[in-house]
Every structure is written in structure tokens, then in C-alpha cells.
Write a protein that binds this ligand. Structure first.
Ligand code: CDP
Length: 211
């Protein structure tokens, strides 16, 4: 079994970008678990159809960024993510993904990766930043003329509240996480900090050969 890196944090914190960079640096496989929730939200798929992680990944790959990341679908994803049945199925699918790639090493990012999906991951990062800065980054990413900054900001604020307050698998951080606050940092600065933290965690958990 190769190492698993769990990355959690709120929207726009930079966790996706950092997760991709960490995966690429260590030649691990990356799973954006938020995209899976977004796909389920977009399709409004019956839960009985969600049995195979490979199938779900294939469907996700066929949808566009706009379909998946629009403010409407973001709000829908946060909504369906409150449903305990959805969460249970998604947790199993994410664990199937880890099994599938356990010879390669896996980086997953989301909201409950280090608390529910893989609580024993050898490295857990909690990536965060100020709400205003996160909304600015998301607004710049969207490049959608039909969306205003205020819409993005309010949508994010609402999702933060929903993700943190839901009964099942809320977004939360405890002392098993290393907190990375990316406010005011460039991507390269944050990546450098994350990379060093991941290396330290690998060494501490007997995965020193990956450093
Ligand atoms: O990219 P961003 O951080 O805005 O969101 P995302 O990671 O794509 O996730 C979209 C929504 O799915 C979040 O607001 C969460 O409500 C939900 N989600 C979750 O509950 N658990 C996860 N592991 C990943 C996403």
C-alpha cells in the first residue's frame, strides 16, 4: 500500500490546485471528490446507479467545466452533499478509488477526506484562506460574464455555512491536520509549504522512501 494524502478545506482555498501539484510532484493519482458531488448534482442521478467509481469518473469526464462549476450547480452539490445516503455511497466509491490505485499513491481533496473517507491517511492537510480572497479567486476562474462578484461571494458564504454546519461529515479541522493558510500567498509559495509538510509526514509514517 502506498501513501494516501488527504486534503480538505473550503471552496476557493486553493486545495484543488495544491492537490494536483502534490500528486504530480510525487507521481501519485489525484481524485477531486468535489467533482463527483458536482456530477451527481448535475445529473440528479438515482442513487442506485452510483455503483462503480470508474463509471462515475467516465460520466464526469464528459461534462463541461461550465456545467459542473456554475454557481447553480455548486449550490446544488452542496445541497445534495447533506444527504446521508449520498454521502455513504460517495464514501464507498472514494475508498474503491484508493483500492484501485493503491499501488500508485493517491491524493484526494474534498471536505471530509481526512475525517471520514480516510481518517488514517498518513498526511492530512487543511487548506484555507479568507472568504473574500477565496471569492476573488473563484470569480477570476469562472470567466463567466453572467456571474457577478457578489453572487460568487454570497454563494461561497452560503456553501461554507452549509458545509460546516451539516450533521453528517461537516467540514472541520482537528489536530490531526496540518493547517495551510494560503491568504496572501502565491501558488508557488503555498506549494512549497505543502510539499515540505507532505515530506515530513511521509518520513514520520515510514514512507521516507517517497521523499
Ligand atoms: O471547488 P470547490 O471547493 O468550490 O467545491 P468542490 O470541492 O468541487 O465541492 C462542491 C461541493 O460538494 C461542496 O460545497 C461540498 O458541499 C460538497 N463536497 C462534500 O460535501 N464532500 C466532499 N468530499 C467534496 C465536496
Amino acid at each position: 500500500m502506498k501513501p494516501v494524502v488527504a486534503i480538505d478545506g473550503p471552496a476557493g482555498s486553493g486545495k484543488g490546485t495544491l492537490a494536483r501539484m502534490i500528486a504530480s510532484h510525487f507521481s501519485f493519482v489525484y481524485l477531486d471528490t468535489g467533482l463527483l458531488y458536482r456530477t451527481v448534482a448535475f445529473l440528479n442521478a438515482p442513487l442506485t446507479e452510483l455503483k462503480d467509481i470508474r463509471k462515475l469518473l467516465d460520466i464526469t469526464a464528459k461534462l463541461t467545466e461550465e456545467q459542473l462549476r456554475s454557481p447553480e450547480n455548486s449550490a446544488r452539490a452542496s445541497d445534495i452533499a447533506k444527504n446521508p445516503e449520498v454521502r455513504d455511497i460517495m464514501t464507498h466509491l472514494q475508498r474503491d478509488f484508493i483500492q484501485l490505485y493503491n499501488e500508485k499513491g493517491v491524493v484526494l481533496d474534498g471536505r471530509d477526506i481526512g475525517t471520514v473517507v480516510v481518517p488514517d491517511a498518513c498526511c492530512k492537510l487543511f487548506v484555507t484562506a479568507d472568504l473574500k480572497e477565496r471569492a476573488k479567486r473563484r470569480f477570476a476562474d469562472l470567466k463567466n460574464e453572467n456571474t457577478t462578484f457578489d453572487e460568487v461571494y454570497n454563494n461561497m458564504k452560503l456553501r461554507d455555512a452549509q458545509d460546516k454546519s451539516r450533521k453528517i461529515a461537516p467540514l472541520t479541522c482537528d489536530k490531526t491536520y496540518i493547517v495551510i493558510d494560503t491568504t496572501g500567498q502565491s501558488v508557488q509559495e503555498s506549494f512549497k509549504i505543502c510539499r515540505e509538510e507532505v515530506k515530513k509526514a511521509f518520513v514520520n509514517s515510514g514512507y521516507g522512501s517517497f521523499v
